[in-house]
Design a protein around this ligand. Structure first.
Ligand SMILES: NC(=O)c1ccc[n+]([C@@H]2O[C@H](COP(=O)([O-])OP(=O)(O)OC[C@H]3O[C@@H](n4cnc5c(N)ncnc54)[C@H](OP(=O)(O)O)[C@@H]3O)[C@@H](O)[C@H]2O)c1
Length: 350
């Protein structure tokens, strides 16, 4: 009897300590100012660059905006030049001035010291990019101090209606989702890791500075949601890819200064996610800012993934403890509501 009591008490203590620890982690991550910021990916003289895929709108543009605020040069990758140009113009208008010391030292002929030149665009379609397109992209980046890759491009790239059973997908629909969400980011990341690892500094591990980062957008949909079967599957791929990469990079001294972090958004109001979105969802720009402001802290804690928005973190934590029937119902109801909103919209706009 005593042994049973002791075993139950020990189990209770372990569960209580784990709960307390995750609560403290949650509070400190979302409410207290971080001691580790995205500065860990900056370089002396603010020479660091970030490549953001799918950056002309939505979360990618929000991430690019905050990177610009934090003094990074950004390359916006997208598939429509006029949309990229509009996004670049917006970012150039908000670019913080070159610091006085850097301005005094600079050679006026050097494009890299020009505020405008610190925002660039790169035209490439993630669905159709070939290995030689990707090699050209990598070559174009080789002269830059690339320290951040944001694998953001993604969505449900199928013929409308977007929310429908997998059995209605054509082969082209299947390929489009896999190519855009999984194949492109996997090919791009493997190609760019050597560039991100270049210029490792001996103090990177000890000081937590001069590091590089691969940021990969997954989705809460990785759990597997109806009417988005292919999308869910590719988002689980993104999550597994980012976590495996994190562990692998840490093993090799030549890449141990490159962090890999998966971002898991719940509902975010954006160009792509614009119907049946709960009013509590953060907007794309708010969410993008949170991603950048919290990435350094999450990576410094050794996390492989993060929920940058507090509400999403709470929702997913509750899913672990709530009765599974209630979780199932909430998931299915949410997807039914989104499908209904799109079907209504498309029905009215035939
Ligand atoms: N929003 C959410 O609630 C949510 C939730 C979970 C996960 N996510 C993930 O977060 C990421 C961003 O989502 P979002 O909602 O911000 O997307 P979004 O609003 O649809 O924006 C997507 C961006 O990617 C560009 N793009 C689209 N197709 C492309 C292609 N084939 N090649 C290159 N660029 C392309 C778009 O450019 P154009 O405007 O020129 O088409 C746009 O700049 C995705 O990976 C998504 O799966 C989003």
């Amino acid at each position: 009897m005593n042994a049973l009591f002791l075993a139950l008490a020990s189990l209770g203590a372990v569960v209580a300590i784990r709960l307390l620890r995750s609560t403290m982690d949650f509070i400190s991550f979302h409410l207290l100012p971080g001691t580790h910021t995205v500065d860990r990916y900056q370089r002396p003289g603010n020479t660091a660059w970030a490549l953001v895929t799918g950056a002309s709108a939505g979360i990618g543009l929000g991430i690019a905006q905050e990177l610009v605020r934090q003094g990074f040069g950004v390359i916006l990758l997208g598939h429509l030049q006029d949309e990229l140009d509009a996004a670049a113009a917006q970012l150039r208008a908000m670019r913080p001035p070159v610091p006085v010391a850097a301005a005094a030292d600079r050679d006026d002929d050097d494009d890299d010291d020009d505020n405008d030149a610190r925002v660039r665009t790169y035209l490439l379609d993630a669905r159709t990019a070939t290995p030689s397109d990707l090699a050209r992209l990598a070559a174009s980046l080789s002269g830059l101090d690339l320290t951040i890759l944001v694998n953001n491009v993604g969505g449900n790239a199928v013929e409308h209606p977007p929310f429908r059973p997998a059995a209605t997908y054509s082969c082209a629909d299947v390929d489009a989702v896999v190519d855009q969400n999984a194949r492109f980011m996997a090919r791009l990341t493997t190609l760019l890791v050597p560039l991100l690892a270049r210029g490792a500094r001996p103090d990177a591990a000890r000081s937590g500075r001069n590091r590089s980062l691969v940021l990969t957008l997954s989705s809460g949909g990785y759990v597997g949601v109806p009417y988005l079967v292919l999308y869910s599957a590719t988002k689980a791929f993104n999550r597994g890819f980012g976590a495996a990469l994190a562990r692998e990079l840490a093993l090799d001294p030549a890449t141990a200064h490159v962090d890999s972090l998966v971002v898991i958004p719940g509902e975010v109001a954006s160009q792509g996610n614009c119907r049946g979105v709960p009013s509590s969802a953060p907007r794309w720009d708010v969410f993008g800012r949170e991603v950048v402001q919290k990435a350094g802290l999450a990576a410094a804690r050794g996390w492989k993934e993060m929920f940058p928005h507090w509400r999403h973190g709470l929702e997913y934590a509750l899913m672990d403890v709530a009765p599974s029937a209630a979780v199932e119902k909430a998931l299915v109801d949410q997807m039914r509501a989104k499908k209904g909103a799109w079907d209504d919209y498309l029905g009215k706009n035939k």
